[in-house]
Design a binder for this molecule. Structure first.
Ligand code: HAM
Length: 430
């Protein structure tokens, strides 16, 4: 590949993508670790699917008119002439995997995945973002919808967020939605002149999306629009009522938002979003999801109901920054070993301590004690152990408390792990 004028320029990550360095990455560990534990309580297993998929999966799954397919997908032809796409989200690949493998139903999976969308990058909106999410195939019950929403709201609360709102709506089903779309279109056709410049031209492509438009003009127009809740068929109305009463039983506050529609065609019945009130309305959704009872069939699989959500990790963190929660941890390590002799004693001592469950850093180079201790305090070490030729000869190790006040003491090599345990305990309780 030609390098050209780039040869002398430092290379950077592509626009809209970013590296996550420690200690920020420790916040990711917290979020993902908590999520993995949480979903295991509900019986979900991890599913890993490829980052690349046949591009037709998304075109068929989301609908050609969706923004993601029309404007945002990363598609490319591979060397074998296949049209592939970098996954823009996690749901369609899960359904593809279900159709391919036919696991026993109900199938409950969770995932952690990068997602790629060619969007205009701004705070909280990237071209590569990451989602944690769950999908359940084979259950069509509002009980499950409530449980899935409980997982999503629990995840957001566990990150420390309090200034959030759960928005909820029903999209109806293929029996009742077309009639509602007809009623909505007739209403919108009478208000074209009042719409924002974009929807003035494009409203008829996806009339439902006008409801979602954040401009003042369209919000004014849609304030008086017919609401889908008034046009649901009996089964959809009953399912929605059941869900609302289950959310009440679970004590999950929610707001019915008749304007809530989501960006993918695959949704039926329940849809929801968790928004942060601390973020700008243009990208305040921390997570969202819903039911997609027709998706498996659209993708040529057996009719199978589905339900799930995705939470954007970066978006969650931007909301945490706004609320001052889930702070990056301070550096900390239990033990720093200063090596003054460059012998094998340090490697075995470090191994003994790590095997006992203590985090250990050490010096790998011959440096002065002062330089090594400076490194130890930069790492936030709780204690330092010092080993020089004198200590090796005497079968001892010097223990120097760093976090708590205390004198340096000599400890026999044979009891050092125990002694370290006492000091680390004291420091952790400090
Ligand atoms: P989504 O609403 O498109 O839904 O994305 C889920 C979450 O990912 C959003 O609420 C947001 O936090 C985050 N997100 C989306 N786009 C970006 C971006 N460009 N930059 C940063 N964060 C972003 C879905 O993807 C569905 N698959 C969710 C679902 C699962 N529905 C049913 N099951």
């Amino acid at each position: 590949m030609a390098d050209g004028p780039l040869r002398s320029e430092p290379l950077r990550s592509p626009t809209g993508t970013h590296d996550v360095l420690w200690p920020q990455s420790a916040r990711w560990e917290r979020i993902v670790g908590d999520f993995a534990k949480r979903v295991s309580l509900y019986g979900y297993g991890l599913l890993v699917t490829p980052v690349i998929e046949d591009a037709r999966l998304f075109a068929r799954g989301f609908g050609e008119a969706s923004d993601v397919v029309g404007k945002e997908m990363y598609t490319f032809e591979d060397r074998g002439g296949r049209l592939l796409a970098l996954r823009p989200e996690g749901t369609a690949p899960v359904v593809r995997s279900y159709i391919q493998h036919r696991p026993a139903l109900p199938w409950k999976v969770w995932y952690l995945t990068p997602a790629f969308r060619y969007e205009r990058p701004q705070a909280g909106r990237y071209r590569q973002h990451h989602q944690i999410g769950v999908e359940v195939l084979g259950v069509d019950s509002p009980f499950l919808d409530a449980e899935v929403i409980e997982i999503a709201t629990g995840t957001v609360r566990a990150a420390g967020l309090r200034d959030t709102e759960l928005l909820i709506n029903s999209m109806g089903c293929r029996e009742c939605r077309p009639a509602y779309e007809g009623v909505l279109s007739r209403y919108l056709a009478s208000r074209v002149e009042d719409m924002c410049a974009y929807h003035h031209e494009h409203w008829h492509e996806v009339p439902l999306r006008v409801l979602d438009c954040k401009t003042e003009e369209c919000r004014y127009v849609t304030a008086g629009a017919p609401r889908i809740s008034e046009h649901l068929c009996d089964p959809c109305r009953e399912a929605f009522a059941r869900l609302l009463s289950d959310l009440e039983a679970l004590d999950i506050p929610h707001t019915i938002d008749y304007r809530l529609v989501r960006g993918f065609d695959y949704y039926t019945r329940t849809i929801f979003e968790i928004v942060s009130r601390s973020l700008d309305a243009a990208q305040n959704a921390v997570g969202g999801g819903g039911r997609y009872n027709g998706l498996a069939e659209i993708l040529s699989g057996p009719p199978t109901p589905g339900m799930g959500f995705g939470i954007g990790i970066e978006r969650l963190l931007v909301a945490c920054d706004a609320e001052g929660c889930l702070l990056a941890p301070e550096a900390s390590v239990d033990v720093y070993i200063a090596d003054l002799g460059q012998g094998k004693e340090v490697i075995t001592l470090a191994a003994d301590l790590r095997n006992a469950g203590y985090s250990v850093e050490r010096s790998y180079e011959e440096k002065s004690l002062k330089a090594q201790l400076r490194h130890a305090s930069r790492l936030g070490a709780r204690i330092a152990l010092i080993i020089g030729e004198r200590e090796v000869a005497a079968g001892e190790v010097l223990l120097k408390p760093l976090l708590l006040a205390g004198d340096q003491l000599s400890v026999e090599r044979g009891s050092i792990v125990q002694e370290v345990g006492k000091w680390v305990e004291k420091c952790r309780n400090y």
